[in-house]
Design a protein around this ligand. Structure first.
Ligand code: RFL
Ligand code: PHB
Length: 391
């Protein structure tokens, strides 16, 4: 088999890249180690920046998002028992975010890909990028007991944090930067109406909490938990009781509880790989970088990476120019580091850090007080939250 771009991984970055390339007339094949249902079973991000919304439109996968997604003009910060609204729209000259789940984005991209008859190999094992430092790269994999090889011009490593692409990069050419946080997020999805019409980010003495949503009838809530907690330790009742304790009286009174549809714990980590290109292999999305979810940036960074990458490949094929692919890594990393900074800052300001003591709590409260009462402070938060412009 031969294609122009072989994409490893059918998460949001691989699927979006495939569709953007197809729209630019560039042939591609996606190779994914899991089944389509498994990929759809992962409940993750929920907030899309305008840049991501625009790319989904360009990919032709925006119809259902336009009908069912929830545009949000603000968020609320809860600290010292009171909520304060950040007017995202007013502070950014009219920008907003779209609340639409990663599961739905993935489903929409899978559907358009199937409609166009494009090839995705699911349940491939032993996937391996080969010879990417030559001009004849290949992707090798096994399926149904047989070894297959795809010859290509380029490999896109869209295979997430635990993928094979970053692991296959020459170790003397790669540098990584990492920060691991001493807690995780326990998430719960339920068919209950959201507690409030906007997202609530809560700093409390019992730890961080987030009230998010997927629709008028489906909610997503998160609690900061110690890394030692196991999901089995948390009954639905225990989750709701703890969430109530982390809310203000009005939200507590409005909270509708119900059985969980999904419950999972995710550790929090900041991680960056430099560079994001190794010969003819390009890393994109979680394969190259991870942010803690507090800034809602992971999925959005994955989208902007593949936006840049699809432009770079289009320039290569249409104008026979390598300028775009040569610039890719540096262009992405400028945006990545700003999102890393914002996500680290939101995480630092909103969570309870074990062992940091009361001084830290007082500084967090002072910072939150400054942010909500200073136009400069709230504008800085708002412009980062809605997403910095592409450069
Ligand atoms: P993904 O989604 O991990 O997809 C990678 C795909 O590659 C496949 N794969 C391989 N395929 C072939 N061969 C191999 N050797 C392979 N190894 C892996 C995997 O099966 C998978 O299908 O990465 P992608 O596409 O870069 O997308 C990134 C986003 O998924 C990620 O940034 C966000 O979900 C991060 N994130 C969140 N981001 C937000 O913006 N807001 C959130 O609320 C939010 N919550 C989360 C999250 C990530 C979580 N993780 C990683 C556990 C909550 C969780 C629990
Ligand atoms: C979510 O809805 O899953 C979500 C929203 C905002 C975040 C993180 C997660 O910052």
């Amino acid at each position: 088999m031969r294609t122009q771009v072989a994409i490893i991984g059918a998460g949001p970055s691989g699927l979006l890249l495939g569709q953007l390339l197809y729209k630019a007339g560039i042939d591609n094949i996606i190779i994914e180690q899991r089944s389509a249902d498994y990929v759809l079973g992962r409940i993750r991000a929920g907030v899309l920046e305008q840049v991501t919304v625009d790319l989904l439109k360009q990919a032709g996968a925006d119809k259902r998002m336009n009908e069912e997604g929830l545009p949000h003009d603000g968020i609320e910060l809860l600290f010292k028992g009171k909520r304060h609204r950040i007017d995202l729209n007013g502070l950014t000259g009219g920008k907003r975010v779209m609340v639409y789940g990663q599961t739905e984005v993935t489903r929409d991209l899978m559907e358009v890909r199937a409609q166009e008859g494009l090839t995705t190999v699911y349940e491939a094992s032993h996937v391996q990028p080969v010879d990417f430092e030559s001009d004849k790269p290949k992707v090798r994999y096994e399926k149904d007991g047989q070894v297959h090889e795809i010859e290509c011009d380029f490999i896109a490593g869209c295979d997430g944090f635990h993928g094979i692409c970053r692991a296959s990069a020459p170790q003397d050419k790669i540098k990584t930067f990492e920060k691991v946080y001493p807690f995780g997020w326990l998430g719960l999805l339920s068919d209950t109406p959201p507690v409030s019409h906007e997202l609530i980010y809560a700093n409390t003495e019992r730890g961080f909490a987030l009230c998010s949503q997927r629709s008028a009838t489906r909610s997503r809530y998160y609690l900061q938990v110690p890394l030692t907690d196991k999901v089995e330790d948390w009954s639905d009742e225990a989750f709701w009781e703890e969430l109530k304790k982390r809310l203000d009286p009005e939200a507590r009174a409005n909270l509708v509880t119900g059985p969980s549809l999904e419950k999972s714990i995710a550790p929090l980590r900041s991680f960056v790989t430099e560079p994001m290109r190794f010969g003819r292999m390009f890393l994109a999305g979680d394969a190259a970088h991870i942010v803690p979810p507090t800034g809602a940036k992971g999925l959005n960074l994955a989208a902007s990476d593949v936006g840049y990458l699809s432009q770079a490949f289009a320039q290569y094929y249409k104008e026979q120019s390598e300028a775009g692919i040569d610039r890719y890594s540096e262009q992405c990393l400028r945006r990545v580091w700003k999102a890393e900074r914002f996500s680290w800052w939101m995480t630092s300001m909103l969570h309870n850090f074990p062992g940091e003591g009361e001084f830290n709590t007082k500084v967090q409260e002072a910072e939150l007080d400054y942010i909500v009462h200073s136009e400069a402070g709230s504008t800085s938060l708002a412009e980062n939250y809605v997403g910095l412009p592409l450069v």
